[in-house]
Design a protein around this ligand. Structure first.
Ligand code: BGC
Ligand code: NOJ
Length: 810
């Protein structure tokens, strides 16, 4: 069942009922000010940091689920309603929410009155604009009141939801005409305040929550709106809010537009006050003036559209499969950008007060956005590498505000170092910026201990070699990519972290997955060395890769698929020898070992992928392991803590499905790769939205696996490495246009379902128009570049500004 439709022309998803299976959200903002907005106007906004600078309050996991937002109420005679349906829930004559790139537009109609709410964050500003357009579509004159509503968060979102003995006494506001200011804690250590303004005279206001709603009422039944009159309350402590009241009259057919600005302002410490107790409003006034007319709003929205047109023009696909087009051209890159901006901090599943930036996550995210914002990717790489330790290991997370490694979590996730090489290689392939390897980058942010970025990559590579276990396979440490496979932690006490607890020192638990990574990523490191004139080091690296490949085939091969690991006691994990209540096969090494080319010549690669098909594939995607762990195993950790079918215990982890897609292209099975792609790509799941439940325009981290009660139901949408990896799989391997160090590789491998397609790819300033005829679909290609046949699949890079025409028979 569908709850809306795609509008590809406008790059929007159009939701046509308020009653979607879950709140379907969008993100506003692209620089420093961000907002989350659901199709029912739920959500919140923040400046830079969702924990420390949260402007408006949101209640996670509430009843009803989506509680708190920027609400508008219309009060007409005895009737009152909300154009976004929530929170009043009065039936609407029509409802529509258009989620676009960086903006959302919600339109509701009741009693012949149409109200359109447009939400976005204009480029270059630290504010949300809420434009309300009211049209009288009835034949009679209308006279009604429009109330706005935003509830302030007392800045620190964690404190705001816990420290009530203090919070209920600190709230402060100021009112100045049509601008309502929130200035809690401004009198002491904060140099910032927030404001909510409307560009018209107001008939009244409220800033005290209890006065506005009445103590025993919910969001849907504010006393003030029911009475049709503001009480001009001035908050003192408790819960400050901002609500305007506007009196509106509309002749039949008439339209009126109001612009609300919800903004954040910083003031230099020595200029904080206009006079004692009165905040300096000059910077706020500048912001207000920038959005005092609808024409300014239209211009700012046009600028935002321009911004996105530029970004999305970098990789453009045209094929007969409109679902594939919309994933590749619009929604997948959009999700990659949102993930770049948010990392894992704020979504409807991440509360904004939890995790910092992951070392591994950030390197992988980069693969999805490097072509969009290469200069920001460069900065991110330096930030990440600066948190690496001198021995090559890495803090598992770092804090976005300080850019320092996070001591609470520490290091010991032994896959982390290798992801840095992958990120650096991806960046250089895209940009040709070899100079980044010469940058002096600190270890653990210590300016007195620096080395080149290339040296950082060497430390990453050697970290694996310096930490090999009894079989010569890499030691796993606290965990590898699978944060929940904790082979050294042995957690038996509730409330402790599975990952950071324990960590036995016995150097026995080994990961075949890290070995696969090493074989896949090692040659990238060798290529970096070769280019930098270190031929001997390149040779050494390739020798080590070869050795690891042999080790995997000797001790990491289980007979029909790759083994997952050896545990602390040297027992096999993910083997056909494991008892039926334990996992016998796990997805990760099947993907990465084949991506690294292990067993491609000798047949194991095909065998492993056939085992994936047979044992892990389902109608909704590939599960992580099979069978699921039936019981908790202290020696395996969090993976066995989840009920069967969910999350890392046999859930469909959308992040590593693309590894299998890529692996299938490595052995030339384009049709199967595409089949897997379509199983989890959200646009293809739109028709089963009642089962999938999360947004049909973005990936979720996890879909419940075949052993779960709710097989097919997705969770944790938006912020996941899934976005980057699926973009890589689709754009670089299935459609096959991939920047390499010395040229643009064109090697589609997508089967023959799509007989032909074209890709326009901008890379290093040149434009490549690539026309593909799909006759084999197995990665075997013949190329013509500007009319001349070439051998191989590498189109040499052209000068910036050049246009290159490529014909490809695939
Ligand atoms: C989740 C993982 C996550 C880990 C660390 C676990 O509970 O299942 O997906 O990576 O926490 O945050
Ligand atoms: C989510 C984490 O952010 C990511 O780093 C990890 O690889 C996956 N979960 C799998 O456990």
């Amino acid at each position: 069942m569908k709850f809306g439709h795609f509008d590809d022309q406008n790059r929007e998803y159009v939701i046509t009922t308020p009653k979607t299976p879950y709140p379907w959200i969008n993100y506003l903002g692209s620089e420093s000010f961000f907002g989350l907005v659901s199709h029912q106007a739920g959500g919140y906004c923040f400046f830079r940091d969702a924990k420390l600078r949260r402007l408006t309050r949101y209640r996670y996991n509430n009843v009803p689920t989506d509680s708190g937002g920027r609400y508008f109420y219309i009060s007409e005679g005895k009737d009152y309603w909300s154009p976004s349906y929530m929170p009043v829930k009065r039936e609407l004559e029509s409802f529509e929410c258009r989620h676009g790139l960086g903006y959302s537009k919600i339109t509701g109609k009741r009693g012949g009155l149409k109200a359109e709410l447009l939400f976005f964050v204009p480029l270059g500003h630290t504010a949300e604009v809420h434009q309300v357009t009211l049209t009288n579509e009835s034949s009679a004159k209308k006279s009604f009141k429009l109330f706005s509503f935003a509830e302030w968060c007392l800045w620190n979102a964690q404190d705001d939801s816990a420290n009530f003995q203090r919070n209920f006494s600190t709230g402060e506001v100021e009112i100045d005409g049509s601008t309502l200011y929130h200035k809690t804690e401004y009198r002491e250590r904060r140099d910032h305040y927030a404001l909510y303004h409307v560009n018209a005279p107001i008939a009244g206001f409220d800033t005290d929550r209890e006065t506005f709603f009445g103590l025993y009422n919910g969001f849907g039944e504010p006393d003030v709106v029911a009475a049709g009159e503001s009480k001009n309350s001035v908050a003192s402590g408790w819960s400050p809010i901002a609500s305007h009241c506007l009196v509106v009259e509309l002749a039949p057919g008439e339209t009126k537009t109001f612009v609300f600005t919800l903004g954040y302002v910083e003031v230099p410490r020595d200029q904080k006050w206009e006079k004692p107790g009165v905040i300096n409003k000059q910077p706020a006034k500048k912001l207000i003036e920038a959005f005092s007319t609808p024409a300014q709003v239209t211009a700012a929205l046009a600028k935002l559209r321009e911004h996105w047109n530029g970004l999305l023009g970098l990789y453009a696909l045209s094929s007969k499969d409109e679902k594939l087009n919309r994933m590749v051209n619009i929604w997948n890159p959009y999700q990659c950008m949102v993930t770049f901006n948010m990392s894992r901090s704020a979504s409807y599943f991440e509360s904004g007060i939890g995790r910092g930036m992951g070392f591994r996550d950030s390197n992988q995210d980069l693969l999805g956005f490097v072509h969009l914002v290469p200069e920001r990717a460069r900065e991110r790489i330096i930030d990440i590498a600066s948190t690496q330790f001198a021995d090559g290991s890495a803090y598992h997370q770092y804090q976005p505000l300080t850019k320092r490694g996070n001591n609470d979590i520490g290091s010991g996730f032994n896959d982390d170092p290798l992801w840095l090489i992958l990120g650096v290689a991806g960046y250089i392939k895209e940009t040709g910026d070899w100079g980044i390897l010469d940058e002096q980058v600190p270890f653990d942010n210590d300016e007195n201990n620096k080395a080149t970025l290339l040296e950082h990559c060497k430390r990453s590579f050697d970290h694996v070699l310096n930490n090999l276990g009894p079989h010569g396979l890499p030691l796993i440490g606290r965990a590898d990519w699978n944060d929940c496979l904790n082979l050294n932690c042995f957690s038996e006490t509730p409330d402790e972290s599975y990952q950071t607890t324990g960590n036995r020192v016995g150097r026995t638990a080994e990961s075949v997955f890290i070995a696969g990574m090493f074989v896949h990523i090692g040659p990238e490191y060798a290529a970096l060395c070769q280019k930098k004139g270190q031929a001997d080091e390149a040779k050494r690296a390739l020798g080590e890769v070869k050795k690891m490949e042999e080790t995997v085939l000797r001790d990491g091969w289980d007979g029909e698929w790759f083994l997952r690991a050896y545990d602390f006691f040297g027992k096999k994990v993910g083997s056909r020898e494991c008892p039926p209540g334990d996992a016998q096969i796990l997805i990760e090494p099947q993907g990465f070992c084949v991506m690294g080319g292990i067993g491609v010549e000798t047949g194991q690669a095909k065998q492993a992928l056939d085992a994936v098909k047979e044992r892990l594939d389902t109608r909704y995607g590939i599960v992580l392991n099979n069978p699921p762990y039936a019981e908790y195993h202290v020696e395996l950790g969090e993976i066995s803590s989840y009920p069967p079918g969910y999350k890392e215990n046999a859930g469909i982890f959308c992040h590593n499905n693309p590894w299998i897609m890529i692996a299938e292209t490595v052995i030339g099975r384009g049709d199967r790769a595409f089949e897997y792609y379509k199983k989890i790509a959200p646009a293809y799941l739109e028709e089963i939205s009642e089962i999938h439940r999360t947004e049909p325009y973005v990936y979720s981290q996890m879909i419940a696996g075949k052993d779960a009660v709710n097989h097919g139901e997705a969770k944790n949408s938006w912020l996941t490495g899934t976005a980057a990896w699926n973009f890589v799989a689709a754009s670089q391997y299935l459609l096959g246009v991939r920047p390499e160090f010395e040229g643009l590789s064109v090697k589609p491998c997508i089967g023959t379902e799509i007989p032909e397609f074209t890709v326009t790819r901008k890379c290093r300033g040149a434009t490549y128009n690539i026309k593909v005829k799909n006759v084999r679909g197995n990665g075997d290609v013949k190329l013509t570049v500007d009319g001349k046949a070439i051998s191989g699949n590498l189109v040499p890079y052209a000068a910036a500004g050049a246009v290159v025409n490529v014909e490809c028979e695939a």
